[in-house]
Design a protein around this ligand. Structure first.
Ligand code: NAP
Length: 279
């Protein structure tokens, strides 16, 4: 947005696909509420072109980028420096470009998810059994913040089981974590199941057994959009305690990116309320 687009600082989000993103709307609201003069755009860039095109954006004047699927790991290799949480994740969802021409990579996904679960949904994570579906860039960002909550158990299940197992090994120093394929999942039911696959974006549902959902299970789809996703529909049919989508995570991680870029953390509540009308 916003005032004086010709003098406004440039930001945006890079992904493939990216047209579904609500980040321009969210950052537009943040900019207005904090009186920051900036524009925020969508950049659809394929994996083959990511490095070249991202660098071209920065040399062309862009001061910060959000990075979404499937580029988060490539972004960690692009930057000159990583924040400790991005270093741990080996995945980056926020890049800041400084005047000395250095690029700093951060990862705000974990804070986004935990803030939404704890602050917005009122959940206590300590001693909970948690299942994460998927082992891509988004999962890398949320594992450390979840394990810091002293979960009883964290299981990662993925379509390609080795990616889940390797990720579990990488984070084994932080707590009780294991990886497996979808077909290996068994009851008893989990307290929280997070769908962090990109299956919902294609209208698909990971092939997981029903016995892992009970009446106390909260089912969280990181994907967002209007109405139900295949995952939230599936969870509802199994009488999960609650189903929810990733709108809150999206807004909370965006606020943290905004803080890195502009030095101000915007109030997320008005944006959450505005987005509730679209979900
Ligand atoms: P990514 O790095 O491309 O990883 C995609 C993951 O989805 C991989 O684990 C992949 O499994 C799995 N997958 C893809 N299609 C599948 C299918 N049809 N059935 C089962 N598994 C499938 O993507 P990402 O960056 O981690 O993002 C994942 C999802 O989280 C996306 O929907 C994204 O929009 C969402 N997200 C939301 C927020 C938010 O703020 N709400 C933040 C980050 C991400 P394989 O390893 O077998 O390929």
């Amino acid at each position: 947005m916003i005032q004086g687009a010709d003098t406004a600082d440039q930001y945006g989000v890079v992904g493939h696909p990216v047209s579904h993103s609500w980040s321009p709307f969210i950052h537009g609201m943040f900019a207005k509420s904090t009186a920051q003069n900036l524009v925020y755009r969508l950049f659809d860039i394929t994996p083959d072109n990511f490095r070249r095109e991202a660098l071209r954006l920065f040399t062309g004047g862009v001061r910060g980028l959000n990075i979404t699927l499937p580029h988060k790991q490539a972004a960690a290799e692009l930057v000159n420096e990583l924040t400790p949480r991005a270093e741990r994740a080996k995945a980056v969802n926020t890049i800041a470009f400084f005047e000395d021409t250095s690029l700093l990579g951060d990862n705000t996904d974990g804070l986004g998810l935990t803030a939404d679960l704890e602050r917005n949904l009122g959940m206590t994570l300590a001693d909970k059994r948690v299942l994460i579906l998927g082992a891509g860039g988004a999962v890398r960002g949320v594992l450390a913040p979840l394990l810091e909550r002293e979960l009883r158990e964290l299981v990662i299940a993925n379509r390609t089981p080795d990616r889940a197992r390797n990720l579990a090994t990488e984070f084994a120093d932080m707590g009780q974590i294991s990886g497996c394929g979808f077909g290996d999942l068994r009851g008893p039911s989990y307290d929280l199941i997070v769908n962090a696959t990109s299956a919902s974006l294609h209208g698909e549902m990971p092939l997981i057994p029903a016995g892992i959902v009970g009446e106390q299970t909260i089912c969280y789809d990181m994907a967002y959009g209007r109405g139900h996703t295949p995952f939230t529909l599936w969870a509802k049919s199994l009488h999960a305690a609650r189903t929810t989508k990733g709108w809150g995570m999206l807004v909370e991680q965006a606020a943290e990116s905004f803080l890195l870029w502009r030095g101000i953390r915007p109030d997320t509540q008005p944006v959450l309320e505005a987005l509730a009308q679209h979900s």
